[in-house]
Design a protein around this ligand. Structure first.
Ligand code: ATP
Length: 321
């Protein structure tokens, strides 16, 4: 099925509604190399899917509306667009175009991942929309084919389809699952105002230019200490191995984040780091009670918008109704 195929009429007799859940993520490791000619940074990153779950419900439209894609938020949010720039709408449109589908869809979005927090909430929505529309429209693309479409929508979109724990190479979109035992107890401290991922990468480049050593062309590989910690289910060893090359850039743009990290650690976290491109701070706790204490301390501090507890790893996008 190629692009530009004539739209097919809506299929009759298939389901009228599909609900899909997809997780947000935390980066356990992120190493960035020097930007390539196209401006993109080669990455090595380890994603872990966390129990902050986005829900996309795709509904068949009345026949006279076929071909349009609409999106509604269950709770309106001025920071989340509902037009064709929403990543879930772009995902549905890309699937319709690729599969030559003429059907429209009404998408209902329930967000639980902090917006513009470096936790790939929009990417999870796109992954969920791909899976939901593939079922609703009966387009029958395989997970491999959906993953290829996902990578065209954004480097972080394939991971929420896969879930659990995985290494990403390339732009972070070429994934290999990683063995991980046990459950990790995270606290995510969100900021009132997001940080733009491109702005954080720009600052990363500026800091690299100013440094005598610069930045290596290729990103570092995942350290053996991190894969061993995951294999052993050892939270303390994982905490020691957490690393984010973008942390210095995010802290440079938002120095107050250092106070949030220090508070999380003094309240009982094994370690706190900037999540992805920030400004969310991810704190790894040794057990659920410690996670509760860290979340309470952060919420009482006035330093953060909200502290959310979430276990990890969790499964990737799946149809739940
Ligand atoms: P990433 O780390 O992948 O760059 P993020 O987790 O930092 O993403 P998102 O919440 O995914 O950030 O979205 C960032 C911006 O994208 C938002 O400020 C918003 O304007 C726009 N956006 C588009 N679609 C969505 C969506 N479905 N949910 C949230 N934001 C969206």
């Amino acid at each position: 099925p190629g692009t530009g195929a004539a739209p097919r009429p809506p299929r009759s007799g298939s389901m009228t509604k599909v609900r899909v859940e997809a997780p947000g993520k935390v980066n356990l490791f992120l190493s960035a190399g020097a930007p390539a000619a196209d401006g993109y940074h080669p990455l090595t990153t380890v994603f872990q899917a966390v129990r902050l779950i986005e829900t996309v419900t795709a509904r068949r439209q009345a026949a006279d509306l076929h071909g349009t894609i609409t999106l509604t938020l269950d709770e309106p949010d001025p920071d989340v667009p509902t037009d064709e720039t929403n990543l879930a709408v772009r995902a549905a449109a890309l699937l319709a175009e690729t599969a030559g589908v003429g059907d429209g869809v009404d998408l209902l979005l329930r967000k639980r991942v902090p917006v513009a927090g470096g936790m790939a909430g929009g990417s999870a929505d796109a992954a969920a929309a791909l899976l939901a529309c593939n079922a609703l429209w009966g387009t029958g693309l395989s997970l491999t084919e959906l993953t290829e479409l996902a990578a065209r929508l954004g480097a972080d979109v394939p991971f929420p389809l896969l879930g659990a724990t995985a290494v990403g190479h390339g732009r972070g979109d070429r994934l290999t699952p990683l063995m991980a035992r046990g459950t990790y107890h995270w606290v995510f401290a969100t900021a009132a105002e997001g940080l733009s991922t491109p702005a954080v990468f720009r600052r990363f480049d500026e800091l690299a230019e100013a440094s005598p050593t610069g930045v290596a062309a290729a990103p570092a590989e995942v350290p053996a200490s991190l894969t061993a910690a995951l294999r052993d289910g050892d939270a303390a060893a994982l905490a020691a191995a957490l690393h984010n090359d973008l942390q210095a850039a995010a802290l440079d743009l938002r120095p107050q984040l250092a106070d949030v990290m220090a508070l999380a650690e003094s309240a009982g976290a094994l370690r706190a780091i900037v999540s992805g491109s920030g400004p969310t701070i991810a704190a790894l706790a040794p057990d659920p009670a410690a996670a509760m204490r860290v979340a309470n301390a952060l919420n009482a501090s006035g330093l953060v918008a909200e502290a959310l507890r979430a276990d990890a790893p969790v499964a990737g996008a799946r149809v739940v109704g």
